[in-house]
Design a protein around this ligand. Structure first.
Ligand SMILES: [Zn+2]
Length: 326
C-alpha cells in the first residue's frame, strides 16, 4: 500500500515534511556563523590503471556560453529537448578541463595543460598548477607533456607569462600537423588570433624539446597515438595501457556529454573541419563502445571517467562512480 503522503503534490509534500520535522523536535534553520564559501578547493582525483597511477587534476571550468552558438546543426527545439531531458542549463554550456597525470614506475606524463593565464572564458580557468600543488605533484617531476592538439585550453599552460617553462624537465609530444598549423599565423582570421598567439607562446620555445608522434605509434611505453582529425588538423587521442587495463584519453573527440553524442553529427563551432570531426567522433566512439573501453573525456563533468555506449542513432555517456579507495 502506498502511504498517502507519497501521493501528495509537491507543495503539499514539502509542507508535510516541514511539519513532520517540527513534530519530532529537529532543529530549525541553521544558525551556523561560518561564512558561505564562494569556490571549491583545487580538485584532483586518483585512479589506478594496471600498474600505473593516474591523477586527474582540474584546470577549472570552461563556460562557453549559449549552447546554440557553440553547437550547430541541431534544430533549436531539439537542442532544448536534449538539454532539458538531461537537466542541463539552456543558456550556458559549461565544460570541465580534466587533465590526466599518469605516473608509471619511472615516468610522469601530463596530458594537456589547460588555459594557463588566459581568461578568454572568464576567471574560472588556469588552476592546473594550484591543483597539482594540492595533489602533491611537483611540476619539476613531469617528464613528458603530451598534447591532444594545440588549442588554447590544451597547450595554454606550457609556459609561464615570464617566459619560463612550467614543466622545466619535460619533453613535449604533439602531432606535427597541429604544431605547424597553429604556429603559422600568416593566414589566421582575426577572430582566431588568440589561438595562434597562444600556440606560438607555448609551443615555439619548446621546439627543440618537441617530439612529433605518428598515427598508431606507441611513442611512450603504454601510450599509443590515434589520429582523430577534424577538431584540429592533427587532433589525436591516446590509448593508455598498463598491465591488463586500458583507458582512452579522448581529448576533444567530443566536447559535450549530450549535444555531440545523441546526434553525433552535430557540429562544434571551434572545429577546424566540423564534418571530418564528426566522422572521427562516430568512428572512434563506435570502437570504444564496441570494445567497452573506459574513457577519460577532457571536457565532460568532473572527473570525466566513464564509458560510451551505442544508443539510438548515436551514443550515451555513462559516468563511472568515483572510487574513493585505491
Ligand atoms: Zn578543448
Amino acid at each position: 500500500m502506498i502511504h498517502r503522503s507519497a501521493m501528495l503534490p509537491r507543495r503539499g509534500f514539502l509542507a508535510g515534511a516541514a511539519a513532520g520535522s517540527l513534530a519530532v523536535g529537529l532543529p530549525g534553520p541553521s544558525s551556523a556563523k561560518a561564512p558561505l564559501a564562494t569556490s571549491q578547493a583545487p580538485y584532483y582525483y586518483r585512479l589506478k590503471l594496471g600498474d600505473a597511477q593516474g591523477t586527474i587534476v582540474s584546470d577549472g571550468t570552461l563556460p562557453l556560453g549559449d549552447p546554440k552558438t557553440n553547437f550547430t546543426g541541431l534544430a533549436p527545439a531539439e537542442m532544448e529537448r536534449q538539454l532539458t531531458d538531461n537537466f542541463l542549463p539552456l543558456d550556458n554550456a559549461v565544460l570541465e578541463q580534466n587533465i590526466l597525470i599518469l605516473t608509471t614506475g619511472d615516468r610522469t606524463v601530463l596530458f594537456d595543460t589547460g588555459m594557463g593565464s588566459l581568461k578568454t572564458f572568464g576567471p574560472s580557468t588556469g588552476k592546473l598548477l594550484a591543483t597539482m600543488k594540492q595533489a602533491g605533484i611537483d611540476p619539476k617531476d613531469i617528464d613528458a607533456v603530451v598534447m591532444s592538439h594545440a588549442h588554447i585550453d590544451h597547450c595554454g599552460g606550457c609556459m609561464a607569462d615570464d617566459g619560463s617553462r612550467n614543466f622545466p624537465n619535460a619533453q613535449y609530444y604533439i602531432s606535427q600537423a597541429d604544431f605547424d598549423y597553429w604556429t603559422d599565423d600568416s593566414k589566421a582570421p582575426a577572430a582566431m588570433k588568440v589561438f595562434y598567439d597562444t600556440a606560438k607562446k607555448n609551443l615555439l620555445p619548446n621546439r627543440d624539446r618537441m617530439v612529433f608522434f605518428k598515427d598508431g605509434q606507441e611513442f611512450l611505453p603504454g601510450i599509443q597515438a590515434i589520429a582523430a582529425p577534424g577538431h584540429t588538423v592533427g587532433h589525436t587521442i591516446f590509448m593508455i595501457t598498463s598491465g591488463k587495463e586500458s583507458l582512452a584519453y579522448i581529448g576533444d573527440l567530443t566536447h559535450h556529454p549530450v549535444l555531440l553524442m545523441e546526434k553525433p553529427l552535430t557540429e562544434f563551432a571551434y572545429d577546424t573541419d566540423p564534418k571530418q570531426a564528426a566522422q572521427s567522433r562516430v568512428r572512434l566512439l563506435t570502437t570504444l563502445a564496441t570494445n567497452r573501453i573506459p574513457i577519460l573525456a577532457y571536457h565532460f563533468a568532473w572527473p570525466g571517467i566513464g564509458h560510451v555506449a551505442r544508443q539510438g542513432e548515436g551514443f550515451r555517456y555513462h559516468p563511472q562512480a568515483m572510487k574513493m579507495e585505491l
